[in-house]
Ligand binder design. Structure first.
Ligand SMILES: Nc1ncnc2c1ncn2[C@@H]1O[C@H](COP(=O)(O)OP(=O)(O)O)[C@@H](O)[C@H]1O
Ligand SMILES: [Mg+2]
Length: 294
């Protein structure tokens, strides 16, 4: 039986811009109700989960249909007079995402520009908080973890590979790869050894002391991949990780990722490139902040 490593439950991210007072008021009440929902969830109080869940669901549906005063009323039981000023916009960047990713999967996330892919990655990478909804990493609800603990969880459990590599130019390859190990309780010598091993795994055993500007684009991405695997994270997230590479380099980097995946590493890769998606075991398509197919 494969184990679920990442689960998203009704994940929403809403941006309210400008003078949308009704929307802001309704959103605040919905978030309060969501806290109660999470408490019921933590207490495994089935009746409350059902009762609050249903109310939350209808409030969110009303909110999504721009009935902000209706949503406010459903949550609080009180009526408000609609505001006369309606300048601004409400963007449903993520509009109720439900999905599960199993241990050892290699998943592509695709979708048109503006569909919510980067927002989703920011939530999954613990860089930004969802408006409502839950993210489970293994069995832990990471949406309820104290903010001060997030950097450590991020560094221990998650790996990242970006389009633009994001290496620190003043550090050598091995020093860049050692960065995620700052929370590990091992000695400097051990950390250096782990970084060296990761660089060997990506075929850069002979480039340990090069700085990023002494490496090719493909080699820089290999360093970034070594950095993402060095502490054996639960999941590695890629955001257009082949976006700045030519066709040949893209093939090489994807082959490296496939090899790591076959050794059991879970990958979630946002891409526009159908060739990259084709190499993944499954493609999740996001349209207008929702999962269109998975
Ligand atoms: N910080 C923000 N403030 C307001 N709106 C945002 C913000 N970030 C993203 N959006 C909006 O959310 C939607 C999803 O954006 P994004 O996640 O960047 O999509 P993608 O990565 O799929 O192109 C877009 O309509 C975008 O304009
Ligand atoms: Mg994007």
């Amino acid at each position: 039986m494969p184990k679920t490593i990442l689960k998203l439950s009704n994940l929403r991210k809403i941006y309210i811009m400008g003078d949308k007072k009704d929307a802001r008021r309704a959103q605040k009440e919905i978030q309060k109700l969501h806290k109660k929902y999470e408490q019921a969830y933590a207490d495994t109080n089935k009746n409350e989960i059902k009762r609050i869940g249903e109310r939350l669901e209808s409030a969110q549906t009303m909110f999504a249909n721009e009935d902000y005063t209706g949503a406010y009323n459903i949550v609080t039981g009180r009526k408000i007079k609609p505001h006369t000023s309606h300048k601004g916009v409400v963007v449903h960047a993520l509009n109720g995402i439900n999905l599960s990713i199993e241990e050892g999967e290699m998943v592509a996330i695709m979708g048109p520009s503006g569909s919510g892919k980067s927002t989703l990655l920011n939530m999954l990478g613990l860089l930004d908080e969802p408006t409502t909804g839950q993210i489970f990493l293994r069995d832990h609800n990471i949406t309820t973890i104290a903010k001060s603990r997030l950097p450590e969880i991020r560094s221990k459990e998650l790996g990242f590979v970006f389009q633009s590599f994001n290496l620190i130019p003043s550090l050598t390859a091995i020093e860049n790869v050692m960065l995620p190990l700052k929370y590990s309780k091992t000695t400097y010598g051990k950390r250096r050894q782990m970084a060296e091993e990761a660089l060997r795994m990506v075929g850069l055993g002979d480039r340990l002391h090069h700085s990023p500007n002494e490496l090719s684009g493909g080699q820089r991405q290999r360093v970034a991949i070594a950095r993402s695997i060095v502490n054996k994270p639960a999941i590695i997230f890629g955001d257009e990780l082949t976006g700045e590479l030519d066709t040949k380099m893209t093939k090489e980097i994807m082959q490296l990722i496939i090899d790591l995946n076959q050794k059991g590493q879970t990958f979630v890769i946002v891409t526009h490139n159908p060739e990259v998606a084709r190499l993944c075991g499954r493609t999740i398509k996001i349209v207008d902040g929702k999962v269109a197919s998975k």
